[in-house]
Design a protein around this ligand. Structure first.
Ligand SMILES: Nc1ncnc2c1ncn2[C@@H]1O[C@H](COP(=O)(O)OP(=O)(O)OP(=O)(O)O)[C@@H](O)[C@H]1O
Length: 337
């Protein structure tokens, strides 16, 4: 997928003015989707994007999702010239069982996530959503019994969990664990420098790290004192979720898997988390979120919505599938597949 550089475009057109926040909208003809990119002032790079359906242009969704920018935004539709897709994750007939009791939970999951896509997995309690996510990151409770997973062209299942993380796979757990004795900033700096080494970049020194972490704290709207506390120790449920997004912001990821990041968040925290995630998305990375609730989907605009049932993806659609689920329930939606 070729994307014009919006900043260059605005500069070229001489339209980047003080006190305005331009939004450029890219149109992808084969997907019949548009992707607005907002450009905060003084930012050298576009920092947020989301896909919307073409029918939602020009006002409703744009107003809803970019209400902060509404009064100053200017929007222009640009047609992209190519629409090639780049697969990031290819899951083929994935089967997995619980190590402890040998029960098979995943019965053949198929899923492809391309760069720049936002996928949501919904489904009944116990249908295998979290198991799927945990199998992807290599959780030791599960053993893969069949199928394949290719991540960025490499066999993900051959990698140790740590290698998967360093390769750019991030997962926020439904119940993030505390790490007693390790402060949040130590943990973040250690993990971030490990990723930089993997990317062939020099490690950051203490001062550079500090300013980098402060910038990310602001992104998720967290107070600096969270950096000195031990990882998740004594954090409220909502603070743990926010801290997961801080980790994502610091580490960066090609594919971020968020397992029920919205559970236990108050409305303001949910908006903060969604804003931060939106700002972390680029046309090159992707998001796979597991959720039961529409509120998060409205904020993150998934390009694909899947319904998992009995360890398989039973149905796939766009955001309109959520309304069908709400009206008819999972049993009916899964049975129609
Ligand atoms: N480590 C484990 N030990 C025992 N049973 C497990 C384990 N992991 C998953 N299961 C079982 O596998 C099934 C699928 O669980 P999973 O957590 O993947 O469901 P889910 O779709 O994420 O559910 P929810 O919406 O309630 O979070 C459930 O019946 C669960 O009890």
């Amino acid at each position: 997928m070729h994307i014009y550089n919006p900043l260059a475009w605005f500069l070229h057109r001489g339209e980047k003015q003080e006190h305005t926040t331009p939004i450029v909208i890219f149109y992808f003809p084969t997907k019949n989707k548009v992707m607005p990119l907002s450009l905060p002032l003084h930012s050298p790079l576009p920092t947020t994007f989301s896909f919307l359906s073409l029918s939602s242009l020009p006002s409703i969704n744009l107003r809803h999702h970019h209400h902060r920018y509404l009064t100053t935004a200017r929007a222009t539709v640009i047609q992209s010239d190519t629409t090639q897709q780049h697969p990031l994750l290819q899951v083929n007939d994935l089967k997995a069982k619980i190590v402890e009791n040998g029960v098979e939970i995943l019965h053949g999951v198929n899923l492809t996530v391309n760069q720049g896509e936002v996928h949501a997995i919904m489904g009944k309690n116990g249908s295998g959503k979290s198991t799927f996510a945990k199998v992807l990151v290599g959780h030791p409770d599960y053993e893969v019994t069949g199928g394949s997973v290719v991540f960025k062209g490499e066999n993900l299942l051959d990698m140790e969990p740590e290698e998967r993380s360093l390769a750019g796979l991030f997962m926020s757990f439904q119940s993030p664990v505390a790490i007693p004795g390790v402060s949040n900033d130590e943990f973040l700096v250690m993990a971030y420098n490990a990723r930089r080494r993997k990317l062939g970049l020099p490690e950051l020194g203490p001062l550079e790290c500090f300013s980098y972490l402060m910038e990310k704290l602001q992104l998720v709207n967290m107070k600096p004192d969270f950096l000195n506390r031990n990882v998740n120790e004594g954090f409220s449920g909502g603070e743990r979720k926010r801290n997961e997004i801080l980790q994502l912001a610091v580490l960066g990821a090609d594919l971020a898997i968020l397992d029920e990041i919205d559970s236990g968040l108050d409305v303001d925290a949910l908006r903060d988390v969604a804003n931060a995630v939106n700002q972390l998305l680029t046309p090159k990375n992707s998001l796979l979120m597991i959720t039961h609730y529409r509120r998060l989907l409205d904020l993150l605009n998934p390009t694909h919505v899947h319904v998992m049932d009995k360890g398989r993806i039973a149905r796939t659609g766009d955001i309109s599938l959520v309304a069908v689920i709400e009206d008819d329930g999972y049993e009916t939606v899964s049975a129609l597949s």
